[in-house]
Ligand binder design. Sequence first.
Ligand SMILES: [Zn+2]
Ligand SMILES: [Zn+2]
Length: 482
Amino acid sequence: MGKSYLTPRGPQGFEKISSSSSSDKAYIRLKSKVHTKPFVHTPFHTSTKHILNKLAIRTKSSKMSNTSSPKRVRRGSDAEERPTKHSRRLSDSDVSASSSRESTEATTGLESSGILDNISPKCSPTTFTQVDRKKYLRRAKINSFAWRRQRKRDLARQVQQNWNEMPNAAQQGMKNLTGTLCYRHSLFQALLHCPKIAHWLRSFHPPQTCFVDKATHCIACQLRSVIKAYWSGKFSDLTQELRTIDKVFRANGWTPGALSGQADPEEQFTWMIGKLNEQLPGPIYAFFDALHNFVLNSSTTCTKCGHVSTNQGETEGILSIELRPRLPNGELSDYLDKYMSYSVTDYKCEKCKDTAEKQRTRLISHSPDVVVVQLKRFDPLGRKDKHPIPFSSTLDLTSYRTASNKTSSKYELSAVVSHLGGTSGGHYRCIAKGEDSCWNIFDDLRKIAAKESQALDAGNGKSWTPYLLFFQRKRKIKSTQT
Ligand SMILES: [Zn+2]
Ligand SMILES: [Zn+2]
């Protein structure tokens, strides 16, 4: 985004290497001693030269045996990766050309930032083989990925999870100003009862730091006004802010259904997130990204040759759960299982080129603080699936974590947005839990005290059907892990 990255808690030893790349790509970490010493964080240029010098020494010394030595590589299984039959050394132009080719494949930031192009001429081109380069990139990519995940955890931790300035007494209904805004207000109620999201919107983008053009209006600033008005308990202020945010949304291009004026709360949420991402400075949006988005690693196993293809770092905000095919007596946890492990038919094995159906498994590399589950009830043909999917007040995603993800992944239900009616006409409401752990139904202007059993009611096909489920990370009594 062309911004200078300002990490509040940047890890020691990292040094900014590019101000033009995206924030995630501005840092890398490297081994300072190849194969012999533990990882330390060192500035890129220093350590790169160091590694390349090491490689040069190894190449010259026939006594040293190492997997990255060209001699060993010639006999090894990596031989087919090399550009020619012989161990050809790369010239500057080779490195530059392959650098641009690989820029779409690797995500270390090295390629897109042009760093490799810059450093290659300084290194001895006679020592930097294609295989060495691939090994080096692979290592840098792994380290960069681990660091990005840790950074997300650090960012999420900086946002408060308490209910300060969110008193129970302030909870209130919202005036449905146009008669069609139940989709938005039910979503707002759910978000207002997520302390971390509320605190982020309230504290991380103060008005004096806003540079959004007045003509288009800032979504984050107006959401902050709604939050303040809501938790102040002043109904007239809230109504005014809801009126204003409707204008701000329209000014930013939000267009609900042309005829009905109705829309889907999930669509509204996705649109809002897109706008926040667009309008806020990258380092500020990064907090929300860490709070709300999963990072998933997937692996696809070939049934023919057994080759496992992995893909790291897929970002997923809302867990959109397909309700078909039906699972016998299936509950939310069963459908989640299918979400995390499913068969794919459009994938060709990169080793044996087999196109038969394969099994893909997803694991959670970064566990967000707020989990939003969408039960996909509305299909493109305009039909609503009212099938009840039972769920409980807790959600345990621990078994889906990667081995290196030690973050607590147990969640508790905080809000449910439900729908009544069909696609031609219907009504949304929210049932949410406050600081006192008591549930309330928020149905337009009305606020009705409720029991947890009402929040967990999966519906019978004729009444309210849960649509969006909001879970928040369980607060720990004793902090034993992060
Ligand atoms: Zn703003
Ligand atoms: Zn295969």
